[in-house]
Design a protein around this ligand. Structure first.
Ligand code: 13P
Length: 344
C-alpha cells in the first residue's frame, strides 16, 4: 500500500460513529470464552462462531474493521467465501493480530513481554497478500507493588516500535496496543501514572523506529482503578483522567484512538467512551472510538451457546452493542438509548 492508501485505511478505521470489532482471540483465549458457555473449542465451532459474528446484517454501519486471528483469516463462511472477502464485501476492513502472545519477561518476576518479531516482515507480507489492511500487537503492563519495572516498559515499547515499522513497510496500518492491566488493587491515580509512563515510552519508540504516526492507530486501556481496589472512579472521572493522559502523551498526528475494554462490563465500557466524547467533543486532535473484544461480544456469545438456532438472537445482541458504541463515539449514548433500542 502506498502512503496515501495507508492514510486512507487509518482514517477509515476511525470514521465518525464507527469502531473496530476485536475477534482475534488466540486458540487458548477462545477456549476460555467457550468454556463459559459450555461449548467445545473445535476448529469448526470457532469457525461457526466467527461466521455468526461476521454475517450480522448491517454490522458495517457501526463497525469499520474486524481483527482476525491467524486461523480465522484462513477460514471460510458457510457460503464458501473467505472471511476476508465476506468482510470486504460488507465494507468492513479485515485486520490481523500479528503478535504471538505475552511471555514471561526474563529476570522480571510477574511481568510479561510480547513476542512475535521473528519473521514478522514475512508474515506481514503474507497477510497483506491475503487481504489484511491493518494489524494489531498487544503489549501488557501489569501494576503491582514493585511493578511495572522500567525494564518491562522499555522492552514492551521497543517491541511495539519495531512491530509498527515492520507493518508500515509491509503496507499494513499498525494498531499499537499497550494495555495497562486492570488486575490488582491499585488506585486510579496509580493507573494514571503508569499509563502516562507507558505512553511516553511508546511514542519515543515509534519515533526511534521511524513510524509515520498519521498511518497508525493507538489502542490504549482507559485510566481506571484496579478491579480489586475498594475505591472505584466514576464514569466522568475515568473520562477526564484518561483524556488528560492522552493529551499529554499522544501526538496530534496519530490518526485515531480506539480503546480496548480489558474486562470492563459492556455497558460500562460504552458509558466511559461516551463520556469522553461528550465532555471533550470537538476539542481533541484525534477521534476517540472503540476496538472492543469482550465488551462487544459477551452478550452475543451468551445468546449463541453454540447452537445454529440461536444465530439470529446472537447477531441482534452484537448489532445492539455495536450500535450503542457507535452512539458513544458521537457522545450520543445514554441509558435511555440502551433501553429504547432493546425494546424496538
Ligand atoms: P478486550 O476489549 O476484551 O480487552 O479485547 C480487545 C483486544 O483486542 C485485546 O487485545
Amino acid at each position: 500500500m502506498s502512503a496515501p492508501e495507508l492514510a486512507a485505511v487509518a482514517q477509515a478505521m476511525v470514521a465518525p460513529g464507527k469502531g473496530i470489532l476485536a475477534a482475534d482471540e488466540s486458540t487458548g483465549t477462545i477456549e476460555k470464552r467457550f468454556a463459559g458457555i459450555k461449548v467445545e473449542s473445535t476448529e469448526e465451532n470457532r469457525r461457526a462462531y466467527r461466521d455468526m459474528l461476521f454475517t450480522t446484517k448491517g454490522l458495517g454501519q457501526y463497525i469499520s474493521g474486524v481483527i482476525l486471528y491467524d486461523e480465522t483469516i484462513r477460514q471460510k463462511s458457510a457460503n464458501g467465501a473467505l472471511f476476508v472477502e465476506l468482510l470486504a464485501n460488507n465494507g468492513i476492513l479485515p485486520g490481523i493480530k500479528v503478535d504471538t502472545g505475552a511471555k514471561d519477561l526474563a529476570l522480571c518476576a510477574g511481568e510479561k513481554v510480547t513476542e512475535g518479531l521473528d519473521n514478522l516482515a514475512k508474515r506481514c507480507a503474507e497477510y497483506a497478500k491475503m487481504g489484511a489492511k491493518f494489524a494489531k500487537w498487544r503489549a501488557v503492563i501489569s501494576i503491582g507493588q514493585y511493578i511495572p519495572s522500567s525494564t518491562c516498559i522499555a522492552a514492551s515499547a521497543h517491541a511495539l516500535g519495531r512491530y509498527a515499522a515492520i507493518c508500515q513497510a509491509a503496507g499494513l496500518v499498525p494498531i499499537v496496543e499497550p494495555e495497562v492491566l486492570m488486575d490488582g488493587d491499585h488506585t486510579v491515580h496509580r493507573c494514571e501514572e503508569v499509563t502516562e509512563w507507558t505512553l511516553n515510552a511508546v511514542y519515543e519508540a515509534l519515533y526511534l523506529n521511524r513510524v509515520t504516526l498519521e498511518h497508525s492507530i493507538l489502542k490504549p486501556s482507559m485510566v481506571i482503578a484496579g478491579k480489586d481496589c475498594t475505591e472505584q472512579a466514576g464514569v466522568e472521572e475515568v473520562a477526564e483522567r484518561t483524556v488528560r493522559i492522552l493529551k499529554r502523551t499522544v501526538p496530534a498526528a496519530v490518526a485515531g484512538i480506539v480503546f480496548l475494554s480489558g474486562g470492563q462490563s459492556d455497558e460500562v465500557a460504552t458509558a466511559h467512551l461516551n463520556a469522553m466524547n461528550q465532555i471533550f467533543a470537538y476539542r481533541l486532535p484525534w477521534p476517540l472510538s472503540f476496538s472492543y473484544g469482550r465488551a462487544l461480544q459477551q452478550p452475543s456469545l451468551k445468546a449463541w451457546k453454540g447452537a445454529a438456532a440461536n444465530v439470529a438472537a446472537a447477531q441482534s445482541a452484537l448489532l445492539h452493542r455495536a450500535h450503542m458504541n457507535s452512539l458513544a463515539c458521537l457522545g450520543r449514548y445514554s441509558a435511555n438509548e440502551e433501553k429504547q433500542a432493546l425494546a424496538a
